[in-house]
Design a protein around this ligand. Structure first.
Ligand SMILES: NC(=O)c1ccc[n+]([C@@H]2O[C@H](COP(=O)([O-])OP(=O)(O)OC[C@H]3O[C@@H](n4cnc5c(N)ncnc54)[C@H](O)[C@@H]3O)[C@@H](O)[C@H]2O)c1
Ligand SMILES: [Zn+2]
Length: 302
């Protein structure tokens, strides 16, 4: 059984950044969920890693075959899936964390002290999202859902691009900026109303009590939306194939979700250009989202 650290009984866990190993040690995983390398009959769980870590035509075809053979495929996405849409991730090559103070943008204590800091820092990053278009990754995931192959997307992203691409079952475990609420009286405004105010250099305020509105994004130090987290855990458990796309797996408790899949005998495919702590447990591992999803787009002819 997985244990979500920092959980206070009865409350959903809080969002934290952490560098640590998974809460289930690799050698404790059930034998039938251990690493394996794809073979033609998809049953061998022999050696892994190096030969699986390449975008060779064989491995790309193996990914396609695994998708078609899956019973309940789920995607777990991070900020990396949106870099192809021109949105900076946190820790990648051109990540936001290279900008001074960027790590404070989503800190709930800082927001409570001075909400203008969040609105100043996200004027383009979040409130310019209206101009951003889904990438090949978003589009192919939407197509896979349409064809009944993909059952759900669990996303850490707050950029609304999966929905823009046409995906329907999107579980936003870190919330969403689509609504902004008053922390005092719960009055709310939509994303486009707030975006117009922020783009004009102002801060959105409650029409009833004048408090500064907060986006429904989960900030570091806040609890995750309980319902979304419960749905995400259920999907991760049910998945016989989990695609882990564009995430460093350093933000908790989200990063524990792939472990639910492994614990229940499902397989992981990881696509990320930096190492993650679950690489050795992946059936297939690729580095470049663009080339993997260009390949899938061609195969699906979408
Ligand atoms: N687009 C967004 O909504 C957005 C943007 C920035 C941060 N965030 C928030 O950041 C937190 C950070 O966690 P995270 O793990 O999602 O992001 P992260 O920045 O920690 O990791 C992103 C990973 O994707 C990789 N990557 C980027 N482009 C890639 C590509 N084309 N191909 C392969 N790999 C690529 C990066 O190297 C990095 O390892 C999340 O809570 C999320 O809410 C969201
Ligand atoms: Zn109010």
């Amino acid at each position: 059984m997985l244990i979500l650290d920092d959980t206070v009984a009865g409350e959903p866990p809080k969002l934290v950044k952490r560098v640590r190993l998974p809460s289930v040690a690799l050698d404790e995983w059930p034998a039938n969920s251990g690493p394996f390398c794809y073979t033609d009959n998809m049953t061998s769980q022999s050696q892994i890693s190096r030969d699986c870590d390449s975008a060779s035509p064989e491995n790309l075809q193996a990914l396609y075959d695994m998708l078609l053979a899956s019973r309940h495929c789920v995607a777990f996405t991070g900020a990396g899936v949106s870099t192809l849409s021109g949105i900076r991730d946190f820790r990648g090559k051109n990540g936001l964390y290279k900008t001074p103070d960027a790590d404070k943008i989503f800190d709930i204590d800082i927001f409570r002290q001075d909400p203008s800091f969040y609105y100043k820092m996200t004027k383009d990053f979040i409130y310019g999202l209206g101009d951003k278009k889904p990438s090949v990754v978003h589009k192919v995931l939407a197509e896979l859902e349409k064809r009944g192959i993909l059952k759900a997307i669990i996303t850490q992203n707050i950029d609304l691009l999966h929905q823009k691409a046409g995906s329907r079952r999107v579980i936003e475990i870190h919330g969403s900026p689509s609504l902004h609420h008053c922390p005092r009286c719960a009055w709310s405004m939509t994303f486009s109303e707030v975006a117009a105010i922020v783009r004009a250099g102002d801060i959105p305020r409650c029409k009833k009590c004048d408090a500064v509105l907060k986006p429904d994004i989960t900030f570091f130090g806040e609890s995750l939306p309980a319902e979304a987290l419960a749905e995400a855990i259920e999907e991760a458990r049910s998945a016989d194939l989990l695609l882990v796309l564009g995430s460093t797996l350093l933000v908790y408790p989200a990063a524990t979700l792939p472990e639910y899949t492994l614990e229940h005998g499902g397989r992981l495919v990881i696509v990320n250009d930096m190492a993650t702590h679950l690489d050795a447990a992946a059936s297939l591992r690729f580095s470049d989202l663009g080339s993997v999803f260009d390949f899938l787009e061609k195969k699906l002819k979408c």
